[in-house]
Design a protein around this ligand. Sequence first.
Ligand SMILES: [Zn+2]
Length: 108
Amino acid sequence: MKNMHTITSATPSAAPPRRMRPPRVDWPALAPRVAALRAQGCSTRETARRLNMNIKTLEAHLRRHRIRHAIPMDRPDQVRRTCLNCDTAFVADGRFLRLCPECRAMFS
Ligand SMILES: [Zn+2]
């Protein structure tokens, strides 16, 4: 019988195993994908699931970097803004809004 599997054991092992994941998250590579998914309206949970990563890892990253993309936007006409008064990042309903809801309430 000659139907034995020919295992490529004699291959010079120069190439690193491809399916191995690096232990740390490659943020420079992942960040654009995270931003893209979030721009599409994915929640943090959904983004983590699609990128096949731990939600806690993603949450920690978003918190650590305090990126403004962490604020989910419901509608395409909403704009990310930093409040002129208190510097808080918020999502405005229109691009002419420059004050966060709290400051707007305070001034009106
Ligand atoms: Zn404000």
